[in-house]
Ligand binder design. Structure first.
Ligand code: ATP
Ligand code: MG
Length: 334
């Protein structure tokens, strides 16, 4: 084929591609929590935390220690659709009830006391937290108790991750873990996490049995980033993430050596998936997922991988956009 003929075949192919810039601007407009909103939420939650922290120090007899912003708003991995803000409340283990239901009731009572201007039903005990609902903004803050025994790295016991058993973990170290990776691949590490979380959201809307919690998504992307995968080109990075899920079928262990050596990890657990908490080698974050959860994730990732490949070879831009809509949803317009 002459060079001219090759070009005429190649150029529409190149134009058809959905580019990094397309995905980046979609992320900016539709996926990410807007900077102004994040600022407003942070300010609102800071006022709440000030109130709770002051209450804690004014009433040392209760054994409340201090609050800490946790979750995606703290990590910079929140989506536009964020509706819960996570706050951890460190409490002295020896001064607070040890069972989860009693602990939550006890905490709710303290929070109501600290916040008398709220109507009692605005502060309710949820599954694993005390939920504060703001009437005006509709915003909810989930206050999660952490039973603390004095660990300098902020390790404490949290409920809700592993049936009724408390799990020893450290929110400050989790924040540090994410921040380290964010610093290595500025903007892009957190952006790829947000895009994958967006994809997870789409899967959940299509399949009520689909599960992939945000923390696990972060661990999968962190595992790839640590293996040298660049997150700088978003279509490429997503291709790598889905490719990894498909290839490993999520049967390979994911773990990190930031806070313990690999030699401390337990032997095979027989669980469908193993994604270890970076600060506690005995905590398999995926322990509650079974074979069918694993298969659903792998099969959805396979679909995404195929859609990305098809988009690459699409002959028109419209077709490429359609393929990407399978990954990023119908609001993606390219
Ligand atoms: N299984 C777990 N074991 C230990 N810690 C956990 C576990 N699940 C969640 N966490 C802690 O709770 C924090 C928040 O949980 P998660 O990452 O799932 O939600 P999020 O980042 O707030 O995301 P979303 O945007 O979905 O609300 C994590 O950063 C981590 O510190
Ligand atoms: Mg959250």
């Amino acid at each position: 084929m002459s060079t001219a003929a090759a070009k005429s075949v190649e150029s529409p192919f190149l134009e058809a591609k959905v580019s990094h810039a397309d995905v980046a601007s979609f992320a900016d407009e539709s996926v990410n929590l807007k900077r102004e909103d994040a600022k407003e939420y942070r300010e609102q939650v800071a006022r709440l935390r000030d109130k709770l922290d002051k209450y804690a120090s004014d009433h040392p007899e209760y054994g409340l220690i201090k609050t800490l912003l946790s979750g995606s708003l703290a990590k910079g991995t929140a989506l536009k659709t964020l509706n819960d803000i996570d706050v951890a409340f460190y409490v002295k283990a020896e001064k607070s009830p040890s069972s989860e239901p009693d602990l939550l009731e006890w905490l709710a009572k303290r929070v109501r006391d600290a916040y008398p201007q709220m109507k009692p039903d605005q502060i309710a005990v949820n599954n694993h937290s005390v939920c504060i609902k703001y009437a005006v903004s509709g915003l909810s803050v989930d206050v999660v108790p952490v039973q603390y025994k004095g660990d300098p790295d902020g390790r404490g016991y949290l409920f809700g991750f592993n049936g009724s058993d408390p799990v020893l973990t450290s929110i400050p170290l989790h924040l540090e873990f994410i921040r380290k990776r964010k610093a290595t691949q500025e903007l892009h590490f957190a952006q790829v996490i947000r895009l994958v979380k967006w994809w997870v959201r789409l899967q959940k809307s299509k399949d009520s049995e689909f599960r992939l919690k945000s923390f696990m998504t972060e661990m999968i992307v962190a595992h790839l980033a640590d293996s040298g995968v660049s997150m700088a080109d978003y279509p490429n990075a997503l291709d790598k993430v889905f490719g990894y899920i498909v290839k490993s079928r999520l049967k390979s262990r994911i773990s990190f050596t930031d806070y313990y050596p690999a030699s401390k990890l337990p032997g095979p657990s027989g669980k469908a998936m193993e994604v270890f908490d970076p600060v506690n080698e005995t905590n398999n974050v995926a322990a509650v997922y079974d074979e069918s959860h694993r298969q659903r994730i792998v099969s959805a990732a396979q679909d995404a991988l195929e859609a990305i490949a098809e988009a690459r070879y699409a002959t028109t831009r419209g077709k490429a956009v359609e393929c990407w809509q399978d990954v990023l949803g119908p609001s993606f317009r390219g």
